[in-house]
Design a binder for this molecule. Structure first.
Ligand code: 5GP
Length: 217
């Protein structure tokens, strides 16, 4: 498809904000990566964080790693759509890239926690589609956290302890997926996205389209 017509197609609807939340270790990061690879109309919202960079993480791709005074200045200046403290560090969503993407008809993927999702829900209700990912069992959650093993044993323990609290937020989400099998869970994420893109209110040029159809009858 020529670029011009692809752009016209994009502008024909407003982008949506797809939030994936879960306790750490439920597979949300894997699902996010798969989606970004499979769907070129989805871009990741890269958060700012005061947490130290882990091995293998790249500044600007995984997070923008910043210090606390810079974080506070951004929050104060209204440059963050939402922010929260998680495991003793601050995390926040820069506002401008999100607004730019939505206007261009692109969808934005957020890997944020329930606190951030609550704030987005209050601010941008109609653009938001929220999905909560649950692990199939506690044993599996623990196995995934250990396999990742990027954090010290203490941190893994505290993440396990927090998982129960985080999981209690599932009723606040539009959709819930139990991640028993990554391929099946990924197919479910794509099905949600496909349906949400077809919502009448997101298809901003529908009335002109239908008028043009009617004019030819
Ligand atoms: P991690 O340190 O493992 O990368 O992330 C810890 C938690 O912080 C995860 O649940 C992740 O979804 C959440 N998180 C990451 N970025 C943001 C953000 O910008 N805002 C909020 N509210 N949570 C975030």
């Amino acid at each position: 498809m020529a670029r011009a017509s692809r752009n016209r197609e994009r502008a024909a609807r407003r982008g949506l904000m797809l939030v994936l939340s879960s306790p750490s270790g439920a597979g949300k990061t894997t699902l996010s990566r798969l989606l970004l690879k499979a769907d070129r109309n989805v871009e990741l919202s890269v958060s700012v964080t005061t947490r130290p960079r882990r091995r293998g993480e790249i500044d600007g791709r995984d997070y923008h790693f910043i210090d606390r005074p810079r974080f506070e200045a951004m929050a104060e200046a209204g440059e963050l759509l939402e922010w929260a403290e998680v495991f003793g560090h601050r995390y926040g969503t820069p506002r401008r890239p999100v607004e730019r993407a939505l206007r261009a008809g692109r969808d934005v993927l957020f890997d944020i926690d329930w606190q951030g999702t609550q704030q987005l829900r209050e601010k941008v209700r109609t653009d938001l589609v929220s999905v909560f990912i649950l692990p199939p069992t506690v044993k599996e959650l623990e196995r995934r956290l250990k396999r990742r093993a990027q954090d010290s044993r203490d941190i893994i323990g505290s993440r396990m302890a927090k998982a129960a609290g985080e999981m209690s937020h599932w009723p606040e989400y539009d959709y819930v997926i139990v991640n028993r099998d990554v391929d099946a869970a990924f197919a479910e994420v794509r099905a949600i996205l496909a349906a949400e893109r077809l919502r009448r209110e997101r298809q901003t040029s529908l009335s002109a389209f239908v008028r043009a159809l009617q004019a030819k009858l």
